[in-house]
Design a protein around this ligand. Sequence first.
Ligand code: F6P
Length: 476
Amino acid sequence: MSADLVIVANRLPVDRVTLPDGSVEWRPSPGGLVSAIEPVMRANDGTWIGWPGGTEQDLEPFEADGLQLLPMSMTQAEIEGHYEGFSNGTLWPLYHDLVAKPEFHREWWDSYVSVNKRFAEKAASIASEGATVWVHDYQLQLVPQMLRELRPDLRIGFYLHIPFPPAELFQQLPWRRQILEGLLGADLVGFQLPGGAANFVRLVRQRVGHKTHRDLVYLPDGRTVRAAAFPISIDAAGFEKLALTEAVVDRSKAIREALGNPRKIFLGIDRLDYTKGIYARLRAFAELIEDGHLDVEDAVFVQVAVPSREQVEQYRILRDDIDRLVGRINGDLGRIGRPAIAYFHTSYPREEMAALYSAADIMVVTPYRDGMNLVAKEYVACRTEDDGALVLSEFAGAADELRQAWLVNPYDLNGMKSALLEAYRSEDKDLTRRMRAMRKTIRHHDVAAWADSFMTELGSVSHSSHAKAVRPAKRS
Ligand code: F6P
């Protein structure tokens, strides 16, 4: 097996699920990473290395939907140490502004190092001479350097899908220097926003002592590493096309009907994660009913919470908190056939998501911190009639581009209430003006443009004379 393009991500685009009867099913894995990388994979016959979930060992490479997949197994101890522990108990809260308290455990770090090493070795073993290897996300920050040591001929790119924190927070990490050095193994380190890239360069200067100039880091061996922002996006045309299909249009009407044809539907769709600000947004909506500004006869809040990281304690606590809150709000404010909140703890296929986006009048995306938030962009792509309102946290990466949304500070409950009410009461003319501008932005900057710009940049900064060119992704 040998590949000119290798994608290395913690997860494969599909999860292996063993059903009660012992049979095996592959399901799309959670998160926006998959849909973003798929087009460039297809254009280059790439191979994707990643974990399919679970503890199954010795899985064989396979093809799914035309993609070459190379599953990496993890033991229970690695899931607990590398994935639930260091990735999601240490790095995730640390990189998201300490929304929860990160835990620092040396055994978690050891597990993170050994899993990163295994991924690097696997990539090294299948990449062809001069191939491009694109490593993704915070679970694999040591892979670039480990890979470079094994295969100096490769062109290596790294992309961080989540925020990169300011030095003041990052330096709490006992292994801060190792992480920075791990990332410096790449030729190009990509971030969602310019602020993340600047944080990284500043930390490299302060903590590793390398010379830097603007977005460049000069290594003692003569290599140059570039750190820059590449805000990720979605397959905008694909979503738009989906939203216009008869099945989705019909399903969207059926959803409105099933909800009792309220005047306005509010919608939240998030992985059930404490960074997403679900609790505060539901409280804000409930208070608007209590204050008499909204009535359950006219308005309902549909909240979809996609199960996520359920073995991590913080996520279990959050689930219980939201269950209790929804129960209390509906118990206090709902009427027969008119809940204030329609709550679903599940994940839906793309078609159902598109139908929900089409049915919703006000999309509410209020994370305390988020790398980008693709849900916000998907909603905009699905509003084919240039209507609908987006209430968006200032602390989501998407807020940098979607300036015409109602931007809110999710820590300010009254501010959120005002924005929800303004969006609810706003006139069609205002909605159209805002949505049109946002749709233009998204159409212009879609996921193919994102992948192309990263790959083009990687091609131009790479030092390797053996490196082969990578084809851009095709638009749908
Ligand atoms: O985008 C952030 C991210 O952590 C991805 O790396 C990941 O695949 C996705 O969210 C879903 O999280 P998890 O893999 O932990 O289920």
